[in-house]
Design a protein around this ligand. Sequence first.
Ligand code: PLP
Length: 487
Amino acid sequence: MISKAIKNKSVLLNSVNLTRSYSNKVNYNEIYKKHSKIAEKELSKDEVIKAIKENTLFSWNPTEAAANKALVMEKGDGVYFYDINGKKYIDFNSQAMCSNLGHTVPEEVIKAIDDQLRSAAYAYPCAIVTPVKAKLSMLLADIFPGDINHFFYTSGGAESNETAMRMARLFTGRHKILARYRSYHGATLGAMTLTGDPRRWNSEPGASGVVHFMDPYPYSFKWGDNEEEITEMSLKYLRETISYEGPNKIAAIFIESVTGTNGILKPPKGYLEGIRKICDETGILMVCDEVMNGFGRTGQMFGFMNSEGVIPDIVTMAKGINGAYLPLGAVGCRDHVADYFMKNPIGIGSTYNSHPVTLASAYAALQYFLKNGVLDNVQKLEPVLKKHLEELKSRHPTVKGYRSLGLFGTVELQKNSKGEPFVGYNGPAHPAMGQLQEDMVKNGLYTLLRWSSFFTNPPLTINEKELKEGFEILDKCLTNLDKHFEK
Ligand SMILES: Cc1ncc(COP(=O)(O)O)c(C=O)c1O
C-alpha cells in the first residue's frame, strides 16, 4: 500500500516537473507598480476568496472547502464584526476564544502600540531588555497568586507549552510528561504530542516521552455518580498510571485547568488539589495550560483559581493576555523553578520572544482589563449566561445539556430522545449540524461548532443586552434544528 502511494506521488511530481518550467528572473518594479494599484483597490468578496484560494492555505480543514465557507471580515466593533458586504455578526466565540476585549481596540492599547513602535520597535531578546518588559513582568507577578513571579515571553500558546515542557525536563532531569486525552495544547510538534484530542493524529508519531491519561470526564463512561467519587477514582487511576510509568521518570503533568475546546469541563471538586498533592509527593511539576482559561474567561483570573489553594509550578498563557490584538504568549513559573534557570539556560528561544510591541499591547490591555472591571463583568454575567443556556435546554428537544462557568459555555446537542449525538466522537459530519452553522451565519451569529456541540464564549466585555441578542439568534436556529429531532 505504502509503496503504491509513494509511486503514485512520484508519478504526480514527475508530471508537474515535466509540464511546468519557471524562470527565476523577477521584475520587482513591475510587482511594485501592480501592487500600488491593488493596494488602493477595494476587493470584492469574490476577489478576496479567489486570492485566498490561489495564494494561501488553511490549517485544520482542506483549503478549498474552508475558503468557500470563510467569512470575509472587514471591520470589528465591540462584540460585533462586519463582513465585506456590511453584514453584522455577533461574535459568540471571541474568534478563537481570544478576542476577550472585543473587536474595538481600546485607545490606550492603540497608543501603547504606537508609542512603542515609535520608540523601540524591536529588541534582541537574548541581550537587550526594554522598560515595557520590566513593567509587564511586574504587573504579571502582581496579578498571579503565590510566587509565580518570573515570566518568559513567546509568540503564542503552543510555543509557551513547548517552553514549559523544556523547563520541566531541565528542572527535574526527567523526560516523561503526562497529559490528558481530552485536551488541546497547540500545533507545534511538542504541543501537538501533548494534545490528547484527534487533532494530534496527523502529527504522529510526534515527539518522544508524552503519556496520555484519561480525564475525570471521559466521553463514554463515568468514574462515579458524584463529584467526590469521580475525583477519587480518577486520582486513583492517575496514581496507578504514574506508578506504571515510574514517578521519578516523570517531569510534569500538563492540564488545562478548565478543559476548553474538549468540552468546557470544570474539574470535579478536589481534583486539581489532588493533582497538586501527587506532584508534591513525587517531585513532578504541575503545569497549568491557561492559554484559553487565563485572564478571566472562567470567572476567575485563572482557571486554576476555581480550585482551592492550588498554585501550579508553571503556567502557560496567550490569547487573553492582550485580547489577541498581537501574537503573544508567556510562561510563568514559581520561584523554586526560576531559581534553577538563574544558573542554567532554558535553551529555547526565537527572534520574536519578548517583542516590545506585543509586550506594550499586553501591558496596556491588562491595565484596561483591571481599570474597567472586566473580571467583575464576567462574574456578573455568569448567572445570566447560565439562565439563557437553561432556557435553550427547556425550549429545544435537540439540546441535551450545557456546561458553563464564567463566560465559557458549551451546548451539547442530541438527535433523538435516546440522547444520541448528531456527530459522535470525531465522527462524520451530519447535515443537520451543517445546516445549523449556515443558519447561525445567515442570522448574524458567529461561533464554533464541534462535533455535536457549539460554544457560547463571547468577548468578556459583552453586556446583558448583547448576550440576550445572541441567545435570541441561537433560539431561532435551534428551532430549525429541532425539525431534525427523531422522537
Ligand atoms: C488550551 C490551549 N492551549 C494551547 C493552545 C495553543 O495556542 P496557540 O494557538 O496560540 O498556539 C490553545 C489554542 O487554542 C489552547 O486552547
